[in-house]
Design a protein around this ligand. Structure first.
Ligand code: BDR
Ligand code: CA
Length: 319
């Protein structure tokens, strides 16, 4: 029974596509709406990719809306070196006949939240521009949000820069607004994102197999990024954003800590999520207070093979 109502905010995106497929197929997840934002690809491409992925998994009824075409302050920047020119690693899904909703992402989120009897979980798999605009435009929705689960940030190294993860780096002001919104927040960052992968031989077998969905999933998992062979080895096979959706249904596979976090907004550290992992109060806390830090739940470790298995089993693709 679909007991977990969610709104997914995506920038589809190779691994957003994997997350969408998983979320549609998981029997506990009730997708009430999908909203799109510029990130991995330009907005129009993100919307088109999202609709094509939903067609591929036969989910024609979930409303999809287009949102922000650029971050709050910064210009939009491409991630085509990771996600290819079409945002799906060059994989061509059949063209869609569907159109997005006639209202924008913020309005679709507001209507969905206010029209629901139950609180809804917002799952942000992309730069958080749409969420920040929603929370600023309609603060009354805050009480209708169960929590925000976001893929983004890192307690360790970054990927877009040495310290900043792509989604937060792309729109740090938006991430900062969301962090300070008062909504309970769960961060599924690079610390766990980079751990969950499907072995390359299994992905290759799916890509070459007869199952239509398996071919799509195998091809997405086999996406290789253009920057360097080393980087490809780190990323190829990752289920990526789909791991954040796994976290909704099997949270006990994660090691989670409550930690103070802030988003750095300037200098080289722009976009970094600074996570205070000290077990003691330092000089800053003793003398300056913890001011603009927000205490959130952070996933710091994961039973990676459990999530990889959950992903494949849910899609009915386990060997
Ligand atoms: C995040 O950025 C994008 O490349 C992925 O879709 C994921 O949401 C990882 O940093
Ligand atoms: Ca994404």
């Amino acid at each position: 029974m679909r007991t977990l109502p969610v709104i997914l905010d995506v920038d589809t995106g190779v691994d957003d596509a994997l997350a969408l497929l998983f979320a549609v197929k998981h029997p506990a997840i009730d997708i009430r709406a999908i909203t799109c934002v510029a990130g991995n690809a330009p907005l129009g491409q993100v919307v088109d990719n999202t609709l094509r992925v939903l067609d591929a998994v036969d989910a024609p009824l979930i409303p999809v809306a287009a949102g922000a075409s650029r971050p709050l302050l910064a210009p939009a920047r491409s991630a085509s070196h990771v996600h290819g020119e079409n945002g799906l690693g060059g994989i061509e899904l059949p063209a869609t006949r569907r159109k997005p909703e006639g209202v924008g992402a913020v309005e679709l989120m507001r209507r969905t939240l206010m029209g629901s009897d139950e609180r809804i979980t917002l799952v942000a798999l992309a730069p958080q521009t749409n969420l920040a605009l929603l929370l600023r435009t309609y603060p009354e929705v805050t009480d209708r949000i169960e929590r925000i689960v976001f893929m983004g940030g890192s307690a360790g190294v970054g990927n877009a820069t040495a310290v900043a993860e792509f989604n937060v780096w792309h729109d740090p002001e938006a991430a900062s607004i969301v962090l300070s919104s008062g909504v309970p927040i769960f961060m599924y960052g690079l610390d766990v994102f980079t751990q969950v992968s499907v072995p390359q031989d299994a992905a290759a077998a799916l890509a070459a197999g007869n199952d239509p969905l398996g071919r799509v999933v195998g091809s997405l998992l086999g996406n290789r990024i253009a920057l360097s062979e080393d980087e490809s080895l780190v990323y190829t096979g990752l289920i990526g954003d789909a791991g954040a959706v796994c976290a909704l249904v099997e949270p006990d596979a994660l090691v989670v800590e409550k930690r103070p976090v802030r988003v750095e907004l300037s200098g080289y550290g722009r976009g970094q999520t600074i996570v205070d992992r000290r077990r003691y109060s330092g000089e800053d806390r003793l003398h300056g207070g913890i001011g603009d830090w927000t205490v959130i739940d952070i996933a710091l470790d994961v039973d990676a093979s459990r999530y990889a298995d959950l992903f494949l089993e849910t899609l009915d693709l386990a060997g």
